[in-house]
Design a protein around this ligand. Structure first.
Ligand SMILES: Cc1cc2nc3c(=O)[nH]c(=O)nc-3n(C[C@H](O)[C@H](O)[C@H](O)COP(=O)(O)OP(=O)(O)OC[C@H]3O[C@@H](n4cnc5c(N)ncnc54)[C@H](O)[C@@H]3O)c2cc1C
Length: 384
């Protein structure tokens, strides 16, 4: 064990949106003895590599509720947290090119409307009247929610970190957690490359490294990380307010505040493991597809292409909660491709669980890892 450098009630491993938002949420509840350990710089993991999309159009009631609470928090981010994160509610246009999927979209809209979400169902004709710059060939149906939107993930992380610091949290960057000290079934400290820190509770918010970090406590989490590539073009004048997304079409795209188009797609042939390389295959496949659907992209050049990791769970939904093996070990991982958008509500609820022993604002009990002990899990269908 290395030299003792400090003691905190709560030690958080990971300085992405989860770690920093959780530090902020804990401080908001009066728990200011909090440290965040980030092995690199803040936002260096999946958060700083993500598309920044924020939507509420999900296929299960619980996920719709979680996303709606997150949107409420994003709507007040500037006043509450104190940073402008380029949050813009330009809507999400969900495009379906598949008959079966379109039927599922209609069922999803019923669920979403029952939860009070204002969602429209659009025919291809309505889509082309509203967005004449989209090629609607082969489109079966679209849904649109104006209150969905996007934000700048770097600014969100920095905003949360600054607000948490102002309230007393400590944030240690370039500090890697190498070991977690478990004695008599309880975490008592974390060992880092900068020294040892005592603690009463530890939170795994390590994104792509969730499985390895959990192994430091001796708890197995069913997560795997998969590379996802993404690129950004040179800018055009702003005219494309929404995030356009298709699951059957396998793409998402939005225009950033400064005019660039950010877009990506999934690759079902990806193997699990950390891999930050980028491929020409990705650029070729995505550009051919996108130019056909969005002809105005034809002469735009790609400015930057990078990759990040989806930390996946078996049902493509986050794994959030408290371990029943090591009681003061908490986790918020396995978000698939939507951790940025749900992080405000997830961390609000997780902070309540840590401080009060119960989440009050949003139910997160359905996200506990124990759900995988049951044979049947309900897979979230709305993911790229
Ligand atoms: C290409 C792409 C597009 C995406 N688009 C969207 C989108 O539009 N909307 C959306 O909501 N989500 C999107 N996502 C998913 C989203 O990025 C993630 O779900 C989310 O950022 C997870 O945040 P996090 O804080 O949990 O993890 P991360 O941001 O990965 O943070 C974890 C941090 O933990 C640190 N860490 C790991 N191990 C240790 C250790 N031992 N010691 C100290 N620090 C450690 C890492 O360095 C990292 O910074 C996308 C992801 C990718 C890759």
């Amino acid at each position: 064990m290395s030299e003792v450098k400090g003691a905190y009630n709560v030690c958080i491993i990971g300085g992405g949106i989860t770690g920093t938002a959780l530090a902020y949420s804990l401080c908001n509840l009066g728990e200011t003895s909090v440290a965040v350990f980030e092995k690199s710089y803040l936002s260096s993991g999946s958060t700083g590599r993500c598309g920044g999309g924020i939507r509420q159009q999900w296929s299960t009631k619980n996920n719709v509720r979680l996303a709606m609470r997150s949107v409420e928090l994003f709507e007040h981010f500037k006043e509450d947290v104190g940073t402008d994160i380029e949050y813009y509610q330009g809507g999400y246009l969900m495009l379906s090119y598949d008959e079966e999927e379109a039927k599922q979209f209609e069922k999803n809209v019923e669920i979403q409307r029952e939860e009070g979400l204002d969602v429209e169902i659009l025919t291809p004709k309505q889509v082309s009247e509203r967005y004449p710059y989209i090629n609607t060939k082969d489109l079966v149906l679209a849904t649109f929610c104006q209150k969905d939107g996007h934000a700048n993930p770097h600014k969100a992380v920095i905003g949360y970190a600054q607000a948490a610091r102002r309230m007393g949290a400590k944030i240690y960057t370039h500090t890697e957690v190498l070991g977690i000290d478990v004695q008599n079934g309880k975490v008592v400290g974390v060992d880092t490359n900068q020294g040892y820190f005592k603690c009463d509770a530890v939170v795994n918010a390590s994104g792509p490294w969730s499985k390895q970090v959990s192994q430091l406590v001796g708890v197995d989490l069913p997560t795997e990380s998969y590379r996802h590539q993404i690129f950004v073009t040179e800018p055009l004048e702003n005219f494309f307010p929404m995030m356009a997304i298709s699951f059957a079409g396998n793409f998402y795209m939005r225009q950033a505040q400064h005019g660039q188009f950010i877009m990506g797609q999934g690759d079902k042939d990806e193997k699990p493991g950390i891999n930050y390389n980028v491929t020409f295959k990705f650029e070729k496949e995505l550009t051919v597809k996108m130019v056909e659907l969005f002809p105005f992209l034809r002469n735009l050049r790609i400015m930057r292409h990078w990759s990040g990791m989806y930390n996946m769970s078996p049902d493509a939904q986050p794994i959030i909660g408290q371990s029943n093996i090591v009681n003061n070990y908490f986790y918020a991982v396995g978000y698939s491709g939507h951790g940025f958008m749900v992080a405000p509500a997830v961390t609000e609820a997780l902070a309540e669980l840590i401080v009060f022993g119960k989440a009050t604002h949003t139910d997160i009990s359905y996200l506990n890892v124990d759900r995988f002990a049951n044979a049947e899990v309900e897979k979230e269908k709305n993911v790229v």
